[in-house]
Write a protein that binds this ligand. Structure first.
Ligand code: MLT
Length: 404
């Protein structure tokens, strides 16, 4: 018999989002008539907009012709798309050859862990998107699980709570090789300002660390004065990788398309180019993103597409505004929902899982318990605003009834 990877035994039995789905299905099996509304996993619901659809469907048609058919593409993505991402998403702060197009930010996170290897030490914001910790556990970077603290001894958890405005106290943070930093943050919805981001970059420069900056929600930032990319900060190119995604801004959660930026200036200790090693990883572990999805993205990045993207984002942010206003009226302490499609709500007197069960059992609403994102998430629920407007309005009514 083959020995099981011992790191697998350290993981929670299932990844957070499938666990939520399991509990929802269990509830539905017992209550077959229940009309469940999901404020849970951040999955998009609005149809892909017409101009972006043209990009997708045009490529589908071309693939059915002798002249237009294409097979494998470049593992790094279409040159035209890489250049366009550099121009439109980064205002030319980076070059097209630093962009690697992929099937999404989550698989890129996993492949980055392969790049760093099992000896790398990592830090995460607490709470944080669970993929960072779980992929580290699988690679064996984490030490053992501390039941009492609900955390892994080998990981540096940088507390991000309302008390510190969701920005970690870097004076207290232990040096690690890698720092995962998601901005705007999933799950809290908080967005950092330029001064804070500079502080983070300087911290990484001082410690010779690499920041993995997850900007999957950057298009939701509604204040022009807030940084969208880490490369807006001087000196970031020597210490930061940026991963990002088309999933939320244009509804590509199912189509699948994202990208990772590895600046040419970023080097490992021995002087090797990180970009060169990443190219080796991608050409080995990945066969290139879907040609259909890439044509959709090219349409999304032209003038009409960018307009449509803005409309989609406004729709979800209006949803967030509706939820936020109602929760505030009910007297909840609520964060986020302004620069991100997530709201972070403190539920007094309850653990996150108790609050989750209450929302599901009494209001038939699926939410995400804050503890699922790390120990500092205890006592909070994350609500997603990526739903249909009618469902969001109905959800708000149900919460109001629940609290009466
Ligand atoms: C979330 O709900 O946090 C995200 O949708 C999950 C993901 O992007 O993988």
């Amino acid at each position: 018999m083959v020995k099981r990877n011992p790191n697998m035994a350290k993981l929670q039995s299932s990844y957070l989002f499938p666990e939520i789905a399991r509990r929802k299905n269990e509830f539905l099996a017992k209550n077959p008539g229940a009309k469940i509304i999901s404020l849970g996993i951040g999955d998009t619901t609005q149809p892909i907009t017409p101009h972006i659809m043209k990009g997708l469907s045009g490529e589908v048609s071309r693939l059915g012709t002798k002249k237009g058919y294409t097979g494998y593409g470049a593992e790094q993505g279409l040159k035209e798309l890489r250049d366009k991402i550099a121009e439109k998403m980064y205002d030319g702060l980076i070059e097209g050859d630093e962009v690697f197009v992929s099937d999404g930010a989550k698989p890129d996170t996993a492949r980055l862990q392969v790049l760093f290897g099992s000896n790398a030490t990592i830090a995460v914001q607490d709470p944080s998107y669970p993929v960072y910790v779980d992929s580290s556990v699988i690679l064996g970077q984490t030490g053992s699980y501390n039941q009492e603290k609900s955390q892994f001894d080998g990981i540096e958890y940088m507390e991000c709570t309302p008390e510190n405005n969701f920005f970690p106290d870097l004076r207290k943070a232990r040096r690690t090789d890698i720092i995962f930093f998601c901005n705007p943050n999933n799950p809290t919805g908080a967005a950092v300002n330029a001064k804070q981001l500079r502080e983070l970059v300087n911290f990484a420069r001082k410690n010779n660390s690499i920041i993995v900056y997850d900007s999957a929600y950057s298009q939701f930032i509604s204040d022009k004065n807030l940084p969208r990319s880490i490369y807006e900060i001087d000196g970031a190119k020597e210490v930061a990788i940026e991963i990002s995604s088309f999933s939320k801004p244009i509804g590509f959660t199912g189509v699948r398309l994202g990208w990772t930026v590895i600046p040419n200036e970023l080097k490992f200790e021995d002087g090797t180019s990180v970009n060169k090693d990443w190219n080796r990883i991608m050409t080995t572990l990945f066969n290139g993103a879907s040609n259909i999805a890439q044509q959709g993205a090219l349409s999304a990045l032209d003038e009409k597409g960018m307009k449509e993207m803005k409309q989609t984002i406004s729709y979800y942010l209006e949803n967030a505004g509706i939820i936020r206003a109602s929760m505030e009226k009910l007297g909840y302490e609520v964060y986020g929902g302004v620069h991100a499609p997530y709201l972070w709500v403190r539920i007094p007197g309850k653990t996150s899982w108790q609050a989750f069960e209450e929302f599901l059992g009494k209001a038939h609403l699926v939410t995400i318990p804050g503890i699922g994102f790390g120990p500092s998430g205890e006592g909070f629920l994350r609500l997603s605003a990526l739903g249909h407007r009618e469902e969001v309005k109905e959800a708000v009514k149900r919460i109001e009834r629940l609290m009466k």
